[in-house]
Design a protein around this ligand. Structure first.
Ligand code: NDP
Length: 329
C-alpha cells in the first residue's frame, strides 16, 4: 500500500470561492518532478498568507498545495545532482503557486530547483531563514554590490519586525551597519534591539505622502513595504546611496519622484527571490551560513505545528507575526 501524508490543499469552485482543507494524499497524486523529498520543516511567509487567505493572486493553478519553502531529505532521485539521503533546501521557483508546494509531508520537484542544506544549518534553521531571510540576504548583497558600506552612514530597514525585516536587521548589524529599524510595533523595541538595531523609528514617519527630497538620513535601505514608505526612504537617502526594494506590505504603488535619482545619484535595486538564478542562490546561502548569527536567528523564530499553518497565514497578512515562523512536520 502506498504511503499517505498530510497536505494542505487550496481549491476553488465555479464561482472562484476558495476552500482550504487538510487532506490525506499518496505520492502518486503529486505533480511531476525528478526528486522526491521528505519535508522536515517549512515556514509561513507573507506570500503563503496571501495564498491561503486568497487575499493576493499567488495561486495560479488549482487545486494547489501552498508553501514556497521547504527543507528536507531526498527520498528518491533520478536527477544527476541528488541522491537519497541528501539534505536540501528549496525556495520559490513557483512552488506553492503553480507546482505543489511545501505544506505536505512529501514533495516532488525538479532537482534543478534545489540547493544543498549548508552544514551550518539544521532543516529548522533553514526554514527560520526561508524565503524571507534569503531575500534579506539578497538585499544586503545588492547594497554591497552598489558599493555602499557601513562607513557611508546608517541603513534603514522597513517592516523591521516582520520576517524579511528581522533577518535584515540581524544581518546588517552583524556586518557592522548602524541599523535604523522602522516599525509600526514600537512595543517590539527591545526585540529589535536584541537583533542589533541601533535606532527604532515609528513607521508613521514614513508611511504618508512626503516631499520629493528630504533631509539625508541614511546611506542604504532594505524596504519590505513599498508605497509611500519606499518613496520617503528614497527621498531621505544620502548622495550615492542605494535602496533594495523587495516587498509591498503597504502597497504595490510607488508614489515617488525622480529627484533622488537625478539629484543625489541614489540607486533603487529590485530584488526577486523566486526566479533568482542558481549561482546567486548558492551565494546567498553561503553568505547566510557565514554572516547570520544563529543566536539572533533563534531569537527571531517561533516554532509552530502543521495544524497551525492556516491560522498563521491569516495572522501574517494582518501584520501580526513577529520575525519568522518555522513549521516542524
Ligand atoms: P511579514 O508580514 O513578516 O512582514 C511585513 C512587515 O511589514 C510587517 O511585519 C510590518 O512590520 C510591515 N507592514 C505590514 N503592513 C504594513 C503597512 N500597511 N504599512 C507599513 N508597514 C507594514 O512579511 P515578510 O517579511 O515575509 O515579507 C515582507 C514583504 O516582502 C512582503 O510584501 C512579501 O511579499 C515581500 N517578499 C518579497 C520577496 C521577493 O522575492 N521580492 C521574497 C519574500 C518576501 P512592522 O510591524 O515592523 O511595521
Amino acid at each position: 500500500m502506498s504511503e499517505t501524508f498530510k497536505a494542505i490543499l487550496i481549491s476553488r469552485d465555479a464561482d472562484k470561492r476558495q476552500r482550504v482543507e487538510t487532506v490525506d494524499m499518496t505520492p502518486d497524486q503529486l505533480m511531476d518532478g525528478d526528486v522526491d523529498i521528505a519535508v522536515e520543516a517549512t515556514t509561513v511567509n507573507y506570500k503563503d498568507g496571501l495564498a491561503i487567505t486568497g487575499r493576493g493572486p499567488v495561486v495560479r493553478r488549482w487545486p494547489m498545495i501552498p508553501g514556497v519553502d521547504l527543507a528536507g531529505t531526498v527520498l528518491t532521485s533520478t536527477h544527476a545532482s541528488w541522491r537519497a539521503g541528501d539534505k536540501v533546501v528549496l525556495n520559490g521557483w513557483g512552488v506553492g503557486e503553480v507546482h505543489y508546494g511545501a505544506f505536505a509531508g512529501r514533495a516532488r520537484v525538479s532537482g534543478d530547483w534545489l540547493v544543498p542544506l549548508p552544514d551550518a544549518f539544521s532543516a529548522k534553521d533553514a526554514m527560520a531563514i526561508g524565503t524571507a531571510g534569503y531575500t534579506a540576504m539578497l538585499s544586503v548583497m545588492a547594497i554591497e554590490a552598489a558599493g555602499v558600506t557601513p562607513a557611508d552612514g546608517p541603513v534603514i530597514v522597513t517592516g523591521a519586525a516582520g520576517g524579511v525585516g528581522s533577518v535584515a536587521v540581524s544581518l546588517l548589524a552583524s556586518l557592522g551597519w548602524h541599523v535604523v529599524a522602522s516599525t509600526g510595533r514600537t512595543e517590539e523595541t527591545d526585540y529589535l534591539k536584541r537583533l542589533g538595531a541601533a535606532e527604532i523609528i515609528d513607521r508613521a514617519e514614513l508611511s504618508g505622502p512626503g516631499k520629493p527630497l528630504a533631509r539625508e538620513r541614511w546611506a542604504a535601505g532594505v524596504d519590505a513595504v513599498g508605497s509611500h514608505t519606499l518613496a520617503n526612504v528614497l527621498a531621505q537617502t544620502k548622495y550615492h546611496g542605494a535602496v533594495a526594494c523587495c516587498g509591498l506590505a503597504q502597497g504595490m504603488d510607488l508614489p515617488a519622484s525622480v529627484a533622488p535619482f537625478i539629484l543625489r545619484g541614489v540607486s533603487l535595486i529590485g530584488i526577486d527571490s523566486v526566479m533568482a538564478p542558481k549561482p546567486r542562490r548558492l551565494g546567498a546561502w553561503q553568505r547566510l551560513a557565514t554572516d547570520l548569527d544563529l543566536d539572533r536567528l533563534r531569537a527571531l523564530t517561533t516554532e509552530i505545528g502543521f495544524d497551525d499553518i492556516v491560522a498563521a497565514a491569516a495572522q501574517i497578512v494582518d501584520g501580526k507575526v513577529r520575525g519568522r515562523l518555522v513549521v516542524t512536520m
